[in-house]
Design a protein around this ligand. Structure first.
Ligand SMILES: [Ca+2]
Length: 283
């Protein structure tokens, strides 16, 4: 009996370790679109709370955190809350977007990791990029050239877009991740390294003047930039994390396998985890 209890305890500890890494000292932005992180006022989604503890909340259809004034397309409304890869996700219809106004914690110059789950409805919106997450004039995580994951870092050499070898599929969930560690830029798809490029330099934060906002679902141009938003996304986005470290392949595989578990006390965590694993296996 003692042996059984010990074994069960060990399993519990291992599971808690496996599911407790989503927020650490390097997590600067975490949006999982679940539960109370969705701020809904009179039935309308207004804001998504950042669960990293850094206050980098995402505002719906704004520029500079204020109502948008300079758009190429009138948003149809807020992105819809839909069933996600884990819990809820948001569906972007090619006219709406989220904005995370710039702050010191997302003005990253050295090591970085960008991660998300995406289910693109189309692989092109007629522009060069479909934006998953872009900090204009700084760091980009986009789909390009019919479903390639692509990145662009201002300040890093060599300049230009770097594309994944494999492509994402329409209507299917894929986990995507991009890291830069000062010497390599790496692209991951579904927890596996897809490609890497040697790089040097530091990521720019203010190449276009003032530091720009992060846009999710579109590249957000704040009014000071004097240009309209563009590069809209059509499809679902879930489980966004930005980190100020280059996460390892193991850590990226971990988010791919288990999602970003946050805001759950250990006593509640295990049943929730089992529920999620069960749902995952049923899909
Ligand atoms: Ca979610």
């Amino acid at each position: 009996m003692a042996k059984l209890i010990l074994t069960l305890n060990l399993i519990l500890i291992c599971l808690q370790m496996a599911f407790s890494k989503a927020v650490d000292e390097h997590t600067v932005l975490l949006l999982n679109f679940d539960g109370d992180s969705l701020v809904i006022d009179q039935g309308v989604l207004k804001k998504v709370k950042d669960l990293s503890g850094n206050g980098n909340d995402a505002f719906v259809n704004t520029q500079g955190g204020e109502p948008a004034v300079n758009l190429t397309k009138k948003p149809s409304g807020p992105p819809k809350v839909v069933e996600g890869k884990f819990g809820n996700a948001l569906y972007f219809d090619g006219t709406n977007f989220l904005e995370v106004p710039s702050s010191k914690t997302i003005e990253i110059t050295d090591q970085i990791t960008l991660e998300a789950w995406v289910k693109p409805e189309v692989l092109s919106m007629g522009e060069d990029n479909m934006t998953v997450l872009t900090k204009d004039c700084s760091y980009y995580m986009v789909l390009r050239e019919n479903g390639h994951l692509a990145t662009y870092f201002y300040g890093l050499n060599p300049p230009g877009y770097h594309l994944s070898k494999s492509t994402l599929k329409e209507g299917k969930w894929s986990h995507i991740a991009i890291t830069a560690d000062g010497s390599k830029v790496r692209l991951y798809i579904n927890g596996k390294l897809d490609s890497e490029i040697s790089s040097s330099g530091k990521i720019s934060v203010s190449e276009c003047g003032a530091p720009q906002s992060i846009g999710i679902g579109a590249e957000v141009r704040i009014p000071e930039r004097g240009q309209p938003n563009h590069r809209y996304f059509k499809g679902c986005i879930d489980e966004i994390r930005v980190s100020d470290t280059a996460r390892s392949e193991e850590e990226i595989k971990e988010s791919f396998m288990h999602g970003l578990q946050v805001g759950v006390e250990p006593s509640d965590k295990l049943p929730l985890t089992w529920g999620r694993l069960k749902r995952r296996n049923e899909r």
